[in-house]
Design a protein around this ligand. Structure first.
Ligand SMILES: [Zn+2]
Length: 178
């Protein structure tokens, strides 16, 4: 692991390949500029689809979340559905269910019940869907709320765990620890 000279020293686990646009998108999201964040995440997601297919679904989900928060419900739901469909096509069903359920909860919280149903239907259409088969929540260490490298939101139920104490940022791939 190395860090480019002159690069802002991020705490500990610096990844030298963080796209500036990703940091920008995360800043817009954190500062409440949801329309700007939605656009930035959507651009990143479209670029990632061919180059970083593992990351693309999370960027689409975040684009959707931001678009919905900015009142662009149709665009937001389209992004969310695309992100979930990508996860399903990659065989990442538990991840799809977790992120999809979160989107449903977000939409219901905003009283967007038709949109919530649309996402719920997509989840229910998945043949391997079974809410009773949800894995038990195992005890995980506490993670920072945001990735120290790119500033993306870290959600313990959404990240990939590299080992017992280290998760991988869904947006930039940097290891994240307490
Ligand atoms: Zn990150």
């Amino acid at each position: 692991m190395f860090r480019r000279r002159g690069q802002r020293a991020f705490r500990g686990l610096g990844n030298p390949n963080i796209p500036p646009m990703l940091q920008r998108a995360n800043q817009l999201m954190a500062s409440g500029d949801y329309a700007g964040a939605a656009q930035a995440y959507a651009n990143l997601a479209q670029g990632a689809e061919s180059r970083f297919p593992q990351r693309a679904p999370f960027l689409f989900m975040e684009a959707g979340r931001a678009a919905i928060l900015s009142g662009q419900n149709k665009i937001g739901v389209a992004h969310v559905k695309h992100g979930l469909t990508l996860l399903a096509s990659q065989g990442r069903i538990p991840r799809m269910m977790a992120l999809g359920q979160r989107a449903v909860d977000q939409l219901k919280g905003l009283n967007l019940n038709a949109e919530a149903d649309e996402i719920a239907n997509l989840l229910n259409a998945n043949p391997s869907t079974s809410f009773s088969a949800e894995p038990a929540i195992t005890k995980k260490p506490i993670l920072p709320t945001h990735c120290p490298s790119c500033g993306g939101a870290v959600r313990p139920d959404e990240v990939e765990w590299l080992d017992d104490v280290t998760a991988e940022c869904a947006y930039c791939g940097s290891p994240v620890r307490e």
